[in-house]
Write a protein that binds this ligand. Structure first.
Ligand code: PGA
Length: 263
């Protein structure tokens, strides 16, 4: 049995899938099942992150199921004003508690830098949101043996300047870019090593207590077929799930997490 004081976070990143109508239908199918599964497991935190336009529709469904958390996939760091197309931290907080920030698709297609991601993460914390900050190396960096350097740099720049007592609200997702949407997940050992490094870097920066409470997830081609491997690793606190989170497999993933916690 895995012994950790940290919660197991299973977050589903729906990406640009399911508008309000479909999102409501899908949530209606899986939310009651998820709720029943986690009923006796307060240490499991299931989070669904639909497109922000679908958040109100999904919230209607989850309202009767307070154990099921919601998150946005992005937000801007400014409070309000002339930023066409953006949503503010306060707007997100009206609907949910979590927000994914710095996903590699945001970095690749929308030019998000570590500096921008850091501003967003700080704004999230100021507004009582839990940022799920994504970091991870690209394939060419992995092949060149640069993973550790990339991670050090990203932690130093994306995850900087947090008040030490706010770190317990932060979730880090280690997502090697080469594993996202490719069906080629990292090994639990490989991901666990990087995650242990991230925890050490947090310890250097924010102290032992903050590092001990920090939740660090693995992301990249997670399904119900491989989640157990990741969850049994002592350093991995959960998963950020993309493709499998918009299918019934998300329920099976949570079921597997429960089985691994039972030992
Ligand atoms: P994937 O995506 O599970 O489809 O690989 C993970 C992610 O992008 O967070």
């Amino acid at each position: 049995m895995k012994t950790t004081s940290r919660n197991a976070v299973i977050a589903g990143n729906w990406k640009m899938n399911y508008g309000p109508r479909q999102a409501s239908e899908f949530a209606g199918e899986i939310v009651p099942e998820l709720d029943q599964l986690v009923e006796h497991y307060p240490q499991i935190v299931p989070i669904m992150c639909p497109p922000s336009i679908s958040l109100p529709a999904v919230r209607e469904v989850t309202q009767a199921f307070p154990r099921i958390e919601l998150g946005a996939q992005n937000m801007y760091f400014e409070e309000k004003g002339a930023f066409t197309g953006e949503i503010s931290p306060a707007m997100v907080r009206e609907l949910c508690r979590y927000v994914i920030l710095g996903h590699s698709e945001r970095r690749t297609y929308f030019g998000e830098t570590d500096d921008i991601v850091n501003k967003k993460a700080q704004a999230a914390l100021r507004h009582g949101l839990c940022p799920v900050v994504c970091i991870g190396e690209r394939l060419e960096q992995y092949d060149a043996g640069q993973t550790e350097d990339v991670i050090r740099f990203q932690v130093q720049h994306s995850l900087a300047h947090f008040p030490a007592d706010a770190v317990r609200e932060v979730v880090v997702a280690y997502e090697p870019v080469w594993a996202i949407g490719t069906g080629k997940a990292a090994t639990a050992d490989g991901a666990g090593k990087v995650i242990a490094l991230i925890r050490r870097l947090f310890e250097d920066r924010y102290g032992n207590e903050a590092a001990t409470t920090l939740r660090i997830l693995y992301g990249g081609s997670v399904t119900s077929a491989n989640i157990s491997e990741f969850m049994t690793h002592p350093d991995i606190d959960g998963a950020l799930v993309g493709g499998a989170s918009i299918t019934h497999d998300f329920v099976e993933i949570v079921q597997k997490v429960i089985e691994t916690l039972q030992g």
